[in-house]
Design a protein around this ligand. Structure first.
Ligand SMILES: Cc1cc2nc3c(=O)[nH]c(=O)nc-3n(C[C@H](O)[C@H](O)[C@H](O)COP(=O)(O)OP(=O)(O)OC[C@H]3O[C@@H](n4cnc5c(N)ncnc54)[C@H](O)[C@@H]3O)c2cc1C
Length: 145
């Protein structure tokens, strides 16, 4: 594994400053680490700087004003799949998440990475089309889907 520096950030502003402020263009976010760490061990990914997003307040799954649902980028795949509203109103999302990986991986893997990570296409194509940013995904109400 190539040596790297590790930075914990406490706000989105700090995260963006850390991302753009160093690392010679080779900064990477890390969330659950289930994909990135494997790629680093195999030298496929060689970031100079890892920016840990886990302290950001993006773990929630909350109703949106328009009747949809806001999925925090750091909410775990398991927490999302087993969320009451997801189970009742978004059964395809529930089934897609539970069809992927293993319970251990789903307990760590995050929504943000699942949307933004190319290898995660098996899950993300079912719902990432509704993503509005890397920090939150908006799931439209079933009636509007
Ligand atoms: C045994 C095993 C089985 C797996 N099975 C599946 C599967 O069935 N389906 C599937 O889709 N994936 C699978 N994966 C891959 C992996 O678990 C997923 O890609 C998961 O979504 C990664 O989430 P993470 O939070 O751990 O990401 P990390 O490993 O932390 O990061 C992955 C990438 O996403 C970027 N990233 C992280 N958070 C954000 C953010 N908020 N905004 C922008 N970029 C971000 C990182 O910089 C990195 O490039 C599997 C992995 C393993 C080890």
């Amino acid at each position: 594994m190539t040596p790297f520096t590790y930075v914990e950030v406490g706000s989105v502003k700090e995260a963006l400053e850390a991302f753009h402020g160093g690392g010679d263009g080779r900064s990477k976010w890390i969330a659950g680490g289930t994909n990135l760490v494997d790629l680093m061990k195999e030298n496929v990914e060689r970031p100079m700087r890892l920016i840990d997003l886990n302290a950001l307040d993006l773990h929630g799954i909350e109703p949106a004003a328009d009747g949809g649902l806001m999925l925090g980028a750091l909410a775990r795949n398991a927490a999302t799949a087993y969320n009451d509203t997801v189970r009742r109103r978004y059964p395809l999302l529930n089934a897609a998440l539970l069809a992927g990986a293993s319970p251990q991986i789903r307990n760590m893997a995050t929504n943000g990475a699942t949307c933004c990570n190319a290898p995660a296409a098996s899950i993300s194509t079912t719902w990432a089309r509704h993503a509005t940013s890397a920090s939150r995904a908006r799931v439209v109400p079933p009636s509007a889907a």
